[in-house]
Design a protein around this ligand. Structure first.
Ligand code: FAD
Length: 411
């Protein structure tokens, strides 16, 4: 069917758009998926650390083990002065995945469900006319127009769909750099834990990371920050950070990092007050669904797709009312944690290096550590923070100016 009216048009074949297409087609909705890129998974803009829950989602559980590179059971969190909080769980807390392969497999999942896909087609115009969405593309097959009753935007940070729906831009955009490469020298490369490095001079507002990338000496290093400026320079400073050498177990200065690929990209955070309008909706990065505390956007985006199509299944249609019901329920459910993570964000934005040092010191307490190890979930920091504060109310007083915000967290 090259022309004619479809049920759903989805703009953007990143992981969120491919998953939304797969789920739409599972409900027997005729679905078109459009992406401006001609190859899925490239260019890569991710560190590929995801919640294990991703692989419990319908369909994604069929993806196959080759996507998963490493089981992550813990983290070493380095304070600005070099104190270490060693977090270790008994079960897997995250997976390091091969992100490009993951995106490609997600796309094939959609194709297997008979989604009509158009790669190499850039959406240049979206208009609403006669109660339908008309999407014009320019690309490998020339100038084309597609029509559908429902429009779903999964087209990332500078979403054209968001503009067509008249939805406000995300409040904050983090800057991120992720570099894959190999490490050599007098090193002992950790395979099942990640390294997290905080501090104003390293990555103001967020953190720098070490993530294993499969076997041998392959690693992913990177950082995310609220600060502008030259992020490559910040990355070079991080490469020479003595805390990174401590983490990798280098004795002396014999560590060498050889990059094989690098990506610099924005990460939008702060979900807008509404994400839908007139039979149209935005999901994933286009709706700034990345966690404000980590910049991780894959799991929250996929969960939102699942919630939307669960609602479609319950309602038996994908009408405007169904989409609005999803929006309202999502804000009370999986979206709530996302929005509350903005509260933690506002604390992080205001915390000094010496206060982080003090906090890391206090969290190193045996009882608190075992709570973190038991309940820690990279996608549920608010729940964990609230549990820690409930068990240790004394922490509320540690930095008195944050007390009102922390009290909101435990309510
Ligand atoms: C440095 C860095 C590290 C990160 N690390 C992690 C991590 O470890 N874990 C994690 O969960 N998340 C991470 N993220 C965030 C994660 O990459 C995003 O949240 C995720 O890619 C969002 O998926 P998406 O499908 O919504 O958008 P995208 O993956 O951005 O896909 C959007 C798609 O829309 C297409 N598109 C855009 N405009 C148009 C148009 N006009 N016409 C047609 N197609 C269009 C694009 O080509 C693209 O394919 C990281 C981000 C960065 C920058």
């Amino acid at each position: 069917m090259a022309s004619g009216l479809r049920d759903v048009i989805i703009v953007g074949a990143g992981p969120v758009g491919s998953y939304a297409s797969y789920l739409a087609a599972s409900q027997s909705l005729s679905t078109v998926l459009i992406d401006r890129r001609s190859a899925i998974g490239s260019p890569l803009k991710c560190a590929g650390l995801v919640n294990p829950g991703v692989f419990d989602l319908k369909g994604i559980n069929k993806l196959g083990p080759d996507v998963i590179l490493n089981d992550i059971i813990g983290a070493d969190v380095f304070s600005p002065s070099g104190s270490i909080l060693q977090l270790r769980g008994r079960k897997t807390k995250a997976f390091s995945i091969e992100r490009a392969l993951f995106d490609r497999k997600m796309f094939f999942l959609a194709l297997e469900n008979k989604v009509e896909a158009y790669l190499g087609h850039k959406v240049v115009e979206i208009v609403r006319s006669d109660d339908y969405w008309k999407v014009r593309t320019i690309g490998v097959s020339g100038d084309r127009t597609f029509s559908a009753k429902t429009l779903i935007g999964c087209d990332g940070t500078s979403s054209i769909t968001r503009r067509a729906l008249g939805i406000e831009k995300p409040g904050t955009v983090l800057n991120g750099i992720s570099v894959e490469g190999t490490i050599s020298g007098d090193v002992d490369v950790p395979r099942n834990i990640v390294g997290v490095f905080v501090g104003e001079n390293t990555a103001k507002g967020l953190f720098a990371w070490y993530i294993p990338n499969g076997e041998n000496d392959r690693v992913k290093l990177g950082l995310s920050t609220t600060e502008g400026g030259n992020i490559r320079e910040k990355f070079d400073i991080f490469l020479n950070d003595p805390r990174l050498l401590t983490f990798i177990g280098s004795k002396g200065d014999k560590m060498a990092f050889k990059p094989t690929s690098m990506t610099i990209s924005p990460i939008p955070i702060g979900v807008p007050s509404r994400i839908c309008s007139e039979n149209g909706i935005i999901l994933g990065d286009s709706a700034a669904m990345a966690k404000a505390t980590s910049g991780g956007g894959i799991y929250p985006g996929l969960l939102a797709c699942k919630d939307l199509f669960d609602e479609v299944e319950r309602s038996g249609d994908i009408s405007n009312k169904t989409i609005e019901r999803f929006q309202s329920n999502w804000r009370k459910g999986n979206g709530k944690e996302l929005m509350r993570s903005n509260l933690i964000r506002s604390i992080i934005d205001d915390i000094s290096d010496s206060e982080i040092d003090m906090l890391v010191d206090r969290l190193g307490n045996k009882k608190i550590l075992s709570l973190i190890n038991e309940k820690g979930d990279i996608d549920r920091p608010v729940e964990l923070g609230a549990a820690i504060l409930k068990e240790n109310p004394g922490l509320l007083m540690l930095i008195p100016r944050f007390m009102p915000k922390l009290i909101k967290l435990i309510r």
